[in-house]
Design a protein around this ligand. Structure first.
Ligand code: NCD
Ligand code: ZN
Length: 425
């Protein structure tokens, strides 16, 4: 097993430390072997490896857009040591075998830990529960269940799912969009702009209506609910209310909903088509504030690679979704840290500790300390650069940050003691 000696790093609490890694664990630097690979971390921050609550890897089924290998390489380059791989693959991850297939591919080809998410309903059809218990009991040990990409609209099915996962400490993650409130061509935030562009609108309340329903179902079932990609001020208010009542709800915000707004749709560039849609400033501000105060627990990238043949269409026809893993930390830094809204210790909570706890991933989101698993990211807080989608590790190139000047902070990523990414090598 490899060994590492990382010298002169600064931790999230501002203290300085040398870090040594042997056999996948942090050890006392005095115990680092002579031949250990050295990394000079003078001026760099060492943070626990990032954990993504929401990643679409597209394997099996759409390996022309992303594979487990390419998507986890993008993750490593973004500072991630673990991702939750969403179930909307082809075939859908709705059986124990399908979950084991994804977990196994992750172990063999992944550049980070891959935690399969199981579907809530068979084939994501929203009609019948999938094999939730068998997926939980399988060697994949599934804890997160989601039909993400589709909203579980039947409240009785949602109640049953929440009840079913309770004994094995599972969590139901909902994609909150009530499709019955929008026409079939809905593809933009409903606003004066969507009207002018002639694009079908998603009203903001199509999201918060589902959130309000589901937090009450979670209370009824005493079960765990997770609100995917929160994008509206009303959803934030509902989650704030639910948490005050002691309802077991967690929530995530995406980097794109923290930074990008609906005016980007002006030129019909389908890179900016995503579900839920990019919103207006009042919603963006509410999401930022909620991430700062903890109403929103974590950042989830909703990394959603799409091949050109699925994006090069009229706006209402193109598939929704955008890349996120490689720029997530840079975006959160620019929006939250560089504006003084958040400190580094809080960022570690939102991007590592909380998402690891959400998925019950024992080896992740741990402190950088002797005896702990060696998962870390080395960050240069002052590095910036212009994003070039051609340079990304993802097979798909639907990068919404292309051409933007953003923090470019990830210098190296270490997963289970192995260097999975190092800048310039
Ligand atoms: C996601 C996808 O492409 O799988 N698309 C999206 O617009 N966010 C599904 C999802 O996360 O809802
Ligand atoms: Zn979704």
């Amino acid at each position: 097993m490899s060994s590492l000696l990382i010298t002169g790093a600064t931790l999230a609490d501002g203290t300085h430390a040398d870090l040594a890694v042997v056999d996948g664990l942090f050890v006392d630097p005095a115990e680092a072997p002579q031949g250990a690979t050295r990394i000079d971390a003078d001026g760099l921050l060492a943070l626990p490896g990032l954990v993504d609550s929401h990643t679409h890897l597209r394997e099996p089924g759409r390996e022309d857009a992303e594979t487990i290998a390419s998507g986890t390489l993008a993750a490593a380059r973004g500072g991630y040591t673990c991702v939750h791989a969403m179930a909307n693959t082809d075939p859908v991850t709705d059986t124990a075998e399908a979950a084991e297939f994804v977990a196994d591919l992750g172990r063999r080809q992944g550049h980070c830990e891959v935690r399969p998410v199981g579907a809530i309903t068979k084939g994501l059809a929203g009609e019948e529960l999938a094999e939730l218990g068998l997926m939980a009991k399988s060697s994949a040990g599934v804890r997160v269940f989601s039909d993400d990409g589709r909203c579980v609209s039947d409240p009785l099915l949602m109640r049953r799912a929440l009840t079913y996962v309770l004994p094995f400490d599972g969590v139901i993650a909902q994609h909150n969009q009530d499709a019955r409130l929008a026409g079939p061509g809905a593809c933009a935030h409903e606003s004066e702009l969507s009207g002018r562009l002639g694009l079908g609108g998603w009203p903001a309340v199509a999201e918060s209506i589902i959130v309000a329903r589901d937090v009450q179902l979670a209370e009824l079932c005493k079960s765990r609910l997770h609100v995917c990609h929160v994008s509206t001020a009303e959803s934030v208010e509902v989650i704030r209310w639910a948490k005050k009542r002691g309802i077991r709800v967690t929530a995530e915000a995406t980097p794109h909903h923290l930074l990008l707004d609906t005016s980007l749709l002006e030129h019909y560039d389908t890179t900016f088509k995503v579900n839920p849609p990019l919103r207006t400033n009042e919603h963006i501000e509410a999401v930022r504030e909620a991430l700062a105060d903890g109403t929103i627990d974590m950042v989830g990238t909703d990394h959603a690679p799409h091949a050109p043949q699925d994006k090069d269409h009229p706006f209402d026809v193109a598939l929704p979704g955008m890349l996120g893993l490689e720029q997530a930390l840079g975006v959160v830094m620019d929006v939250m840290i560089n504006t003084g809204r958040m400190d580094w210790a809080t960022l570690v909570q939102r991007m590592s500790v909380a998402p690891a706890a959400y998925g019950r991933v024992a080896s992740q989101g741990r402190p950088i300390a002797v005896g702990e698993p060696a998962n870390l990211v080395l960050v240069d807080p002052s590095a910036r650069g212009v994003v070039d989608r051609a340079q990304g590790a993802s097979i798909a190139k639907n990068n919404p940050y292309h051409g933007r000047n953003l923090p470019d902070p990830v210098i190296a990523t270490v997963w289970a003691g192995r260097v999975t990414y190092q800048r310039g090598t």
